[in-house]
Design a protein around this ligand. Structure first.
Ligand code: ZN
Length: 259
């Protein structure tokens, strides 16, 4: 890892996602102390059946962990003594979305991208591939990928018009299913205000309404918007709650500068 850091000109990563490998965690702590280390949620969930093998309701636990209120989960399934779950709780700041969403992860919560690259290269080489063969096979793999990308781009160009109309249809449907209602405003200081918004989403069949409250803090002096959903920090995409707050603040100049 030290060699890798040197190759990167000594620039540490903003964030790194790994499985629960203990040696990796130690190495990251020593070599990349300023990087945010996060655990892959897919790896955690995939371990549930093995780690809770003795439980009859393991499938139910697995489902609940995807949308978890931890204490409720532990109490309802009487899992207080489970060592693996206790260690996950100790490491919650490294994998529970509420703890990690203030850092930019390009929307990723798993190591899926690197797993996909591993899978791709395994189709061309394996652990027994010699160094001489490696260069030849690596070139073939890169050529294969470049050609696949070219074909995908050509395909996209052909379907452009169709995709545009489909997206517009999706947008029209979503407008009726997801909406943010303007809520209350509290003036925190002369220039900073906090808006409480109510988001409504219609999901499922039969349709049920899910609502949640969000807070957007607006600094009129710095022209800064901060939403409690942290979508901008996590994914780099401006959330609908900030856009609603912009409507409420009525600053056309700011809106022009954003878009
Ligand atoms: Zn938001």
């Amino acid at each position: 890892m030290r060699e890798w850091l040197e190759c990167m000109g000594g620039v540490q990563l903003g964030g790194i996602i790994t499985d629960q490998s203990v040696p990796m965690a130690k190495a990251i702590q020593q070599v990349l102390p300023n990087s945010r280390h996060r655990l892959c949620v897919w790896h955690i969930l995939s371990k549930v059946p093995r780690k809770l093998l003795a439980m009859k309701k393991v499938g139910e636990v697995h489902e609940k962990m995807k949308d978890v209120v931890w204490i409720e989960l532990i109490r309802s399934f009487k899992l207080e003594g489970n060592e693996w779950l206790n260690s996950l709780w100790e490491e919650r700041s490294r994998w529970v979305p509420a703890y990690v969403k203030d850092t930019f992860w390009a929307g990723m919560s798993t190591t899926q991208r690197v797993e996909s690259i591993h899978h791709f290269f395994k189709g061309f080489m394996n652990a027994k591939t010699s160094l001489r063969e490696f260069f030849h096979k690596y070139t073939r793999a890169i050529e294969f990928r470049a050609n696949a990308e070219k074909a995908a781009t050509a395909n996209d160009d052909r379907r452009k018009t169709k995709i545009k109309s489909t997206l517009m249809e999706v947008q029209t449907v979503c407008l009726a299913l997801i909406y943010v209602l303007p809520g209350t405003k509290v003036q925190l200081s002369e220039t900073v205000a906090e808006y409480t918004l109510i988001e409504c989403i219609q999901v499922g069949d039969p349709i049920r309404h899910v609502t949640r409250g969000l807070k957007v803090t607006v600094d009129m002096e710095k022209l800064e918007f901060n939403c409690s959903c942290r979508m901008f920090e996590h994914k780099g995409i401006l959330c609908r709650h900030c856009i609603q707050a912009m409507e409420m603040t009525n600053i056309p100049l700011f809106r022009r500068s954003m878009f």
